[in-house]
Ligand binder design. Sequence first.
Ligand code: XMP
Length: 321
Amino acid sequence: MEIEEIKLEELDPEKFATEKTEEIRSIVRDGLAINALSGGVDSSVVTLLGHRALGDRFKTYFIDNGLMREGEPEHIVSLFKDIGVSVELVHAEDTFFGALRGRTDPEEKREAITQAFYRDVFAELVRETDAKYLLQGTNYTDVEETVAGIKRQHNILEQLGIDPEKMYGYRVIEPLIQLRKSAVRKVAQSLGLPEEIHKRPPFPGPALAARIIGEVTPDRVKIVRKATRIVEEALSRTGAFQYLAILHEDRVTGVREGKRDYGFQIEVRCWESKDAKVGSPTRLPYEVLDPLAERLTREVSGVVSVTYNITPKPPSTIEAV
Ligand code: XMP
């Protein structure tokens, strides 16, 4: 990997932001650029850098791929409105569900999401706006995981031999590619982003699709979305690095009101980690796990089994897909 990491200890966040703002300006010159904001710390930092660098010549979109958490698209759009950045919500749910239909292989699902983003949604936005550049928050770990062949991160192109200009008709600028997540958080804080953003637990680019084993359908997303809300409510106070709910493909026999119920299985994961490269499961007490299982089976229709992952990364990964 030729990219040189800027380590957290070496990072001067103000200087970094100034240099990157100038770099964006010098690449885009008098042209136009766009970006997609998900509300994660990486895309939030890129959003601010782009606006600083280009002002009105930079446009930010929130792509609703149908795979986001409950209320997330509206919440992020309104949070950025409050800090003076206007974000347009793009409804692309059908495009993503269409691309995912019938797919069960994890890497094929990731590839389908990548194509839906770059080939379908962004290419259309670029055509509409006449932008020549897409700014995105690819970080050092994303590149590393893809190059190592662990997972194809949704935002990796060049390192997989993809030339976005030839393939999709626009160039990609990646101002955060030398930073790991903890360093991006430092830049976010120095840019004045609210704590909700600079401390936000990571959330994967493929969104809830990274937490559905087997086919991703609107109905299955609904199940994992509800479970995610419950898990986040129950575990946010743990201070863990990341916590999530996974929907399994297999169903299992359960019993409800004295009758057989062939239902869904939810796996809960809660991680201690610094940069997601390695991780270990949080040693959650049963006082936390018991009511969580009770809520998941009571509030998420059809769930009859809840498990807690006790495997570190490696050999597990943080997300299931
Ligand atoms: P894994 O599952 O590979 O996840 O152990 C490592 C970290 O990266 C997040 N993740 C992603 N982030 N695009 C992203 O921007 C992706 O395609 C992606 N896949 C996983 C994951 O949530 C964890 O923090």
